[in-house]
Design a protein around this ligand. Structure first.
Ligand SMILES: NC(=O)c1ccc[n+]([C@@H]2O[C@H](COP(=O)([O-])OP(=O)(O)OC[C@H]3O[C@@H](n4cnc5c(N)ncnc54)[C@H](O)[C@@H]3O)[C@@H](O)[C@H]2O)c1
Length: 260
């Protein structure tokens, strides 16, 4: 338990699992009041019960953030409950596998909606609240594959590269309002959702997906392993709190050396 986010209010998107859950937990441990927002309402509620059993410092919000009115509602309900908003961690994300020859207008709309537009929509409504409170910090979760190429996830990687561009321009637009905007690029991170969804997308079992990843030598990082979600969450915490007061427009590679 610490106080690095004492008196701060944070909204964590995609907080229902994986990196988002680890971030919500760490934020709560460091004294923040936290809104856990996820399209899967049950998952958001489960996380809130786990990180803050009394429910005094947390709030679960079910919202599909790829729709602008839902993003507006998530920010509004957070501010209605806690009175302010200091930190926005844009972590919600989805994956689509395959080359662009397999992409469809629907798959583009799906992945752009969550991975890029939800970041923009949540930020759009968070910024005025942060301005009202004298400033804030926005952390956008991109991916190590936003800066290094690979086969098989072109649409995903394109959206994550777009998030880096958005981050830099938002940092320029809102610096004078005392809002810092930074990006975190995780490398392969062991979240159950990640492996489960990979298996579902390929029509194979969870065990098969895990065995295939091991057989393929994954993950290809210098550290020779996947990250734990909490290892990514620590970088998000740093960017959220005042220790990073001179950091804006930055891209943090938290990827076990994958991108070098
Ligand atoms: N896990 C990895 O290896 C890895 C690597 C690089 C980047 N990332 C990025 O980190 C972030 C978190 O990934 P993860 O693997 O921890 O978790 P994840 O795949 O479980 O996704 C995070 C959460 O986003 C929620 N979500 C999906 N669509 C949503 C929507 N429209 N509105 C609101 N919530 C929505 C999901 O329900 C889920 O709980 C994602 O942006 C992902 O792209 C993950």
């Amino acid at each position: 338990m610490g106080d690095r986010l004492a008196n701060k209010v944070a909204l964590v998107t995609g907080g229902g699992g994986g990196i988002g859950e680890a971030t919500a937990q760490l934020f709560c441990e460091e004294g923040a009041r936290v809104a856990v927002v996820d399209i899967e309402t049950d998952a958001a509620q489960r996380v809130v019960h786990a990180i803050d059993p009394t429910g005094e410092r947390s709030l679960a919000i079910g919202a599909g953030l790829h729709e602008e009115p839902e993003a507006e509602r998530a920010v509004r309900e957070t501010v209605e409950r806690f009175g302010r908003l200091d930190v926005l961690a844009n972590i919600a994300g989805v994956r689509v596998w395959g080359a662009i020859t397999e992409a469809t207008p629907e798959s583009w709309q799906f992945i752009l909606g969550v991975n890029l537009l939800a970041v923009a929509y949540c930020s759009k409504y968070a910024v005025p609240q942060m301005v009202r409170g004298g400033g804030g910090s926005i952390i956008n979760v991109s991916s190590a594959n936003a800066v290094s190429g690979r086969s098989g996830m072109a649409q995903y990687d394109a959206t994550k590269a777009a998030v880096l561009g958005l981050t830099r321009s938002m940092a320029c637009d809102h610096a004078s309002e005392h809002i810092r905007v930074n990006a975190v690029c995780p490398g392969p991170t062991l979240t159950m959702y990640h492996v489960r969804r990979r298996a579902a997308a390929r029509g194979i079992s969870l065990e098969q997906a895990q065995a295939e990843m091991r057989a393929a030598g994954a993950p290809n990082t210098l550290l020779g392993r996947q990250a734990k979600p909490r290892e990514i969450a620590y970088s998000i915490l740093f960017l959220a709190c005042d220790e990073s007061s001179y950091v804006t427009g930055a891209t943090f590679m938290i990827d076990g050396g994958l991108s070098v």
